[in-house]
Design a protein around this ligand. Structure first.
Ligand SMILES: Cc1cc2nc3c(=O)[nH]c(=O)nc-3n(C[C@H](O)[C@H](O)[C@H](O)COP(=O)(O)OP(=O)(O)OC[C@H]3O[C@@H](n4cnc5c(N)ncnc54)[C@H](O)[C@@H]3O)c2cc1C
Length: 321
């Protein structure tokens, strides 16, 4: 079974979600996979993908791929697929992956199975499952009889496994000139360059229970103690207390960290849809009946204005040991 993995990079760093997809391909194939890496100035990143399971990396290192364009990046994936004729293509279900996968699949007249939380081989067929109904149920999906199977994997669900070994062989990829219909003119990074919740291993989130934006320092204190990213419920984003990039949930980011701490968040189904698959969930809420406690691994019932500083203090004490 031959896997081709689409590799995403940002600011000169390979995204962890792509390393997870590559490691998964190696596990499923029982051997190395091939990869494609589009971008500008990315060639130096390619060889290191060998540790995660790539034997060959096709690198489309070009000026016209400096910024993301659907046509350009799908074009690179397409060119690599033509060269390698894979049985399956894996793509991380990041914002970029969610754009690339359906376009690529449509070009090949196949459907993509998306946002998978588990993936296995049954014979030569990929079978996976994905959350549906805001995470209340899982649907089992496969690619039917399609000759080319296309799947996207949810970030932070599959492990990224680095093994010592040979570097990947790096091959420059020839592809047709990119003539995008839509072009990204400029990317403006948000101020402060905060750790992105969709990449973070630990997230501390605040909800309406914090009472007002002036109380973020309360949550930030625990966030800093844990070295976490800052998440938020939609209620506080809609209230203008924090930027949408922090929102976790159905209409925000879907996260799956090792530790998720919900502070003053009720646990509405739309919030759970974004964080319900976190490995350990800690809920801090004054209402013992709050739905968040139904999914929490650990819960503290109490006023967050007292419990958050206590937890932050305990974390610092443990870290200092
Ligand atoms: C189509 C749609 C999409 C949506 N998408 C999202 C989404 O992506 N993400 C999302 O989060 N929501 C989403 N929502 C909104 C969702 O339904 C909830 O309204 C929202 O999650 C509630 O946010 P919250 O938990 O912060 O606020 P609340 O539900 O008001 O909960 C506040 C909690 O804080 C607790 N609390 C209050 N004071 C204290 C205190 N001093 N100490 C301790 N605890 C305290 C309360 O007991 C309560 O449980 C969506 C809704 C719809 C209809």
């Amino acid at each position: 079974m031959k896997f081709l993995v689409f590799i995403e990079q940002r600011d000169g760093k390979i995204r962890k979600a792509s390393l997870e997809a590559l490691s998964l391909a190696r596990r499923l194939a029982g051997g190395p996979a091939v990869a494609v890496l589009p971008g500008k100035g990315v060639t130096a990143l390619a060889a290191g993908l060998g540790a995660y399971g790539a034997s060959v990396v096709h690198v489309a290192d070009r000026d016209d791929l400096a910024l993301y364009s659907t046509k350009g990046y799908v074009g690179a994936l397409d060119a690599a697929a033509k060269k390698e004729s894979p049985d399956a293509v894996l793509i991380a279900a990041t914002a970029m992956g969610k754009d690339v996968a359906p376009r690529f699949a449509a070009r090949h007249d196949v459907s993509a199975i998306v946002d998978l939380m588990d993936l296995r081989l049954e014979g030569d067929r990929l079978v996976g499952s994905r959350p549906v109904y805001s995470g209340k149920a899982r649907a089992e999906v496969d690619c039917g009889a399609a000759k080319l199977q296309v799947a996207t994997t949810r970030p932070n669900v599959f492990p990224a496994e680095s093994q010592p070994g040979a570097d990947a062989r790096v091959e420059p990829l020839e592809m047709p000139e990119v003539a995008p219909r839509a072009r990204v003119v400029r990317v403006e990074a948000s101020e402060g360059r905060e750790l992105d919740v969709s990449e973070a291993d630990v997230i501390v989130s605040g909800g309406r229970g914090i009472k007002g934006p002036e109380n973020w320092p309360l949550v930030r204190d625990l966030q800093e103690a844990l070295g976490a990213a800052l998440g938020a419920s939609r209620a506080v984003v809609d209230a203008g207390w924090i930027d949408h990039q922090h929102q976790v949930g159905q209409t925000g980011k879907v996260v799956s960290p090792t530790l998720y701490v919900a502070c003053g968040i009720s646990g509405a189904i739309q919030h759970l849809a974004g964080m319900g698959t976190s490995k350990v969930i800690v809920a801090l809420n004054k209402d013992a009946e709050a739905p968040i406690f139904k999914v929490a691994t650990y819960g503290i019932v109490g006023d967050i204005f007292q419990t958050i500083p206590e937890v932050a203090k305990a974390v610092r004490a443990v870290k200092a040991e």
